[in-house]
Write a protein that binds this ligand. Structure first.
Ligand code: BGC
Length: 764
């Protein structure tokens, strides 16, 4: 706890407070908490960027002495190996304008004091320990005895050049959830079930008698004994004897006290409460949902409730992973994995306004990027040293794909210009890696090298398609994730990596033209054409099959436009064959799953796309929902049919949004709202619903930068009716099943055709 004072002589006309910290701060003026942002100053690449929040505090000040105070904890810096040795510190400046035109500044300095408080330890991964007996109710009173407060140590080496203003909305407490049950499976423990996997914390109002210590462990699943299990997410913490997502609170026995740990955050649906003498009542525990306060911009609904539940789970997964940075999961790693965000951003940008959120993240990505152009796996990078060589295809490509997607969703050219150096550096890095001699013993390392070899990216470390169903059992390692990772150093990922080299170069060429670099655009286009030709020469077999002959390869080749037009139909047929061979199941992992259903639909196999969407045997999206998933899982196997962790097949985290990118199929194909890449920000777009799967209605709404877009359709007997809203200043190509496309300008329309399901011959 820190405190200082500001002695104000006259009346305050206007006052602003600027604050930042190493660690997490909460600021108080005269005992009132300043603002409602949580986990401030947020997570950035601290050596280069430290966010400073500013608040209007005019109403909190009084004439005379004011107490400025703060609670500070380790927070983001205590958790990350990169910053583990950084000292916590607070920097604040209050600027007060008087009615007489005066401007006075007060701030943290050598006249401030600090003391220990009720928070004994706070860590974003491990949890928070609080002893409420150490709360000093008078800590913000002007005249307290400072005998047990010590003068602060002032830093002399503050680098002000890295201070920056936030461009994303703050993290806030967004919503509260009441438990659906509180049970006591064993005498010494109670289990609170929120019924929903969330990111945040709980607020507990019954803490037991003074001196009573409660231990609250947060997790996503129950074991077969109905007790909480964190084995699948704790990453060995339990074995190492370390706490994981565990808060502890010691009661002061004071009326009105409650516990709400605002210096940590957890991913959880269940909380195990140990040490409580009473049976907790549901009203005494609340789940507090915490994430970046993003504006909701997208909705979807249809006549099949299973899909509505899947869509809800996807929205919750994003909410669970949008706490200041886009994370892979809010539990095991809580890290800004690049691959995960490039996969999910199109979906996220439909559902929420993620413009500022992504801009902040991209600045961190660029700040941490190595001189050679390599991108760290996570942004901000939290590791002290990479645990594998950096630069995996599909992950590092986030440097290019994320700005492109933000530009598509919001039309923000400035962002493209700002990220230019970072994007180009990544593409140049990948080009250099392609030009290097192939690694041995890859399949393609053969003599003599073919002329297209310099355009094949067959060097370096790649995660590959990652987490296909049964990835571990198919791996040449011994079936666990560590030995699988070891095999990645020699695995041949050249088909995938070259596909991403093509994709990123092509997008860079497009963006070059957006920011007035047309000549560079042409050069990148030429380079991309050579990569495409090389890919075709290397990975298209004479019999029409692709290398490797996996679903993911066919999906990627179609989605990235790698195969010649004439071969597309055959490639799509092979994809369908593979799906049928797998008994109409997907076999894709992280990178290709998002594109699977769209490429099927585009190639005329909407029926197969719907069969996969509605498949409910593992691996499938509906298996997750049927087995009790309220968020999307990392592994297709997550929970078993009894809803318990599927340890033999791989559980992973139960809140990983990447596979939830299937929601884009619901938005863009089922309901039919599709952006047009030549008219970013939805200035011109397409409405093209794809009915199927027995649905009788579907609708989606998106608040674009121009206003609300709506697409709703329903079938009634032999009529297919679409209701469409096109916002002012925009136009849309409207393509209804079996009808001629028409271009409509802003307005609300009801259009009707023959129901495709009953139509014998096409026509309106
Ligand atoms: C993370 C992923 C990430 C991956 C890289 C995992 O541990 O949870 O989401 O993209 O590693 O392969």
């Amino acid at each position: 706890m820190f405190r200082g004072t500001a002695d104000l002589s006259g009346l305050v006309r206007r006052a602003r407070l600027y604050v930042t910290a190493h660690g997490i701060y909460e600021f108080f003026i005269n005992g009132h908490r300043v603002g409602d942002a949580e986990l401030t100053p947020g997570f950035t690449s601290y050596e280069s960027r430290l966010q400073v929040q500013s608040f209007d505090v005019t109403d909190l000040l009084v004439a005379g002495e004011n107490v400025l105070a703060a609670v500070l904890s380790g927070g983001w810096i205590g958790w990350t190996p990169r910053y583990r040795n950084m000292h916590v510190g607070l920097l604040a400046q209050l600027e007060v304008q008087g009615f007489n035109g005066s401007l006075n500044r007060y701030g943290t300095g050598s006249d401030w004091f600090y003391a220990g408080g009720p928070i004994k330890c706070a860590n974003l991964m491990r949890g928070q320990v609080v002893d409420l007996r150490d709360v000093r109710l008078d800590w913000c009173d002007p005249d307290i005895d400072l005998a047990d407060w010590a003068p602060v140590r002032t830093a002399t080496d503050v680098d002000f050049s890295r201070m920056c203003g936030p461009v994303a909305p703050p993290v806030r407490r967004i919503e509260e959830v009441s438990p659906v049950t509180v049970s006591r499976p064993y005498p010494d423990r109670q289990i609170v079930d929120l019924g929903q996997n969330i990111n945040g914390w709980i607020r507990l109002s019954n803490l037991g008698p003074a001196g009573n210590t409660l231990t609250l462990t947060h997790g996503e699943a129950l074991d077969t004994d109905d007790d909480l299990t964190i084995d699948h997410i704790a990453d060995g913490a339990v074995e190492r004897g370390e706490p994981f997502q565990r808060d502890q609170v010691t009661s002061a026995g004071r009326m009105g006290d409650s516990f709400e740990p605002r210096h940590t955050t957890h991913g959880f649906r269940y909380v195990r409460v140990e040490g409580h003498p009473d049976d907790l009542r549901s009203g005494e525990v609340r789940g507090v949902v915490v994430h970046t306060d993003l504006r909701r911009t997208g909705w979807f609904e249809c006549s099949d409730d299973r899909l509505n539940r899947l869509h809800d789970a996807i929205v919750w997964s994003f909410r669970g992973n949008a706490c200041d940075i886009p994370t892979d999961c809010p539990t095991r790693e809580r890290a800004g994995w690049t691959g995960d965000w490039q996969i999910f951003i199109p979906t996220a940008a439909f559902l929420y306004d993620v413009a500022g959120f992504s801009t902040k993240w991209l600045r961190d990505l660029a700040a941490d990027q190595r001189e050679e152009g390599e991108v760290w796996y996570c942004a901000p990078n939290h590791e002290a040293a990479p645990f594998h060589p950096l630069g995996s295809a599909g992950w590092g490509d986030a440097a290019v794909i994320v700005p492109w997607e933000v530009y598509q969703a919001y039309g923000d050219r400035d962002l493209v210009a700002q990220q230019w150096d970072s994007m180009a550096a990544w593409v140049h890095y990948a080009q250099r890696k392609a030009r290097q001699q192939p690694d041995s013993p890859r399949e393609s390392a053969r003599e003599p090298l073919s002329p297209h070899e310099p355009h094949i990216w067959n060097t370096g470390f790649h995660f590959g398609e990652w987490l296909e169903p049964d990835m571990l059992s198919k791996s040449s390692g011994s079936g666990d994730i560590e030995s699988h990772m070891a095999t990645l150093h020699t695995a041949d990922h050249s088909s995938l990596a070259t596909a991403y080299l093509y994709r990123s170069t092509k997008l860079l060429a497009n963006m070059a033209r957006v920011v007035g670099r047309a000549d560079e655009g042409s050069r990148y286009d030429e380079y991309a054409a050579s990569v495409k030709a090389a890919w075709q020469a290397e990975f298209m077999r004479p019999d029409g099959l692709l290398k490797p002959d996996t679903q993911a390869t066919y999906v990627r080749s179609l989605a990235f436009d790698l195969v010649p037009g004439a071969a597309r139909a055959q490639v799509a047929e092979r994809l369908v064959d593979l799906i049928r061979k797998a008994d109409t199941h997907l076999d894709t992992g992280f990178l290709a799953t998002a594109d699977l259903l769209p490429v099927l639909a585009d190639a005329g196999h909407v029926d197969v796309a719907y069969e996969l969407l509605l498949q409910d045997a593992e691996p499938s999206w509906l298996a997750m929902i049927n087995r009790g998933g309220t968020t999307v899982w990392e592994h297709w196997s997550g929970l078993d049919e009894e809803g318990r962790p599927n340890a033999p097949k791989g559980v992973g985290s139960l809140n990983h949004y990447s596979k939830g990118a299937v929601a884009s199929f619901l938005h863009r194909y089922v309901a039919g709202i599709r952006p047009n890449q030549d008219f970013p920000g939805y200035r011109h777009f397409t409405i093209k619903p794809c009915p199927g799967g027995g649905l009788v209605s579907a609708s989606a709404t998106h608040d674009s930068p121009y206003g609300r877009i709506e697409s709703k359709w329903y079938v009634d007997g032999d009529r297919f009716t679409a209701e469409v809203v096109i916002p002012p200043g925009t136009s849309a190509d409207v393509v209804l099943p079996g009808a001629e496309p028409e271009c409509l300008t802003s307005g609300s329309y009801r259009l009707s055709t023959r129901n495709p399901a009953t139509r014998q011959v096409g026509g309106r």
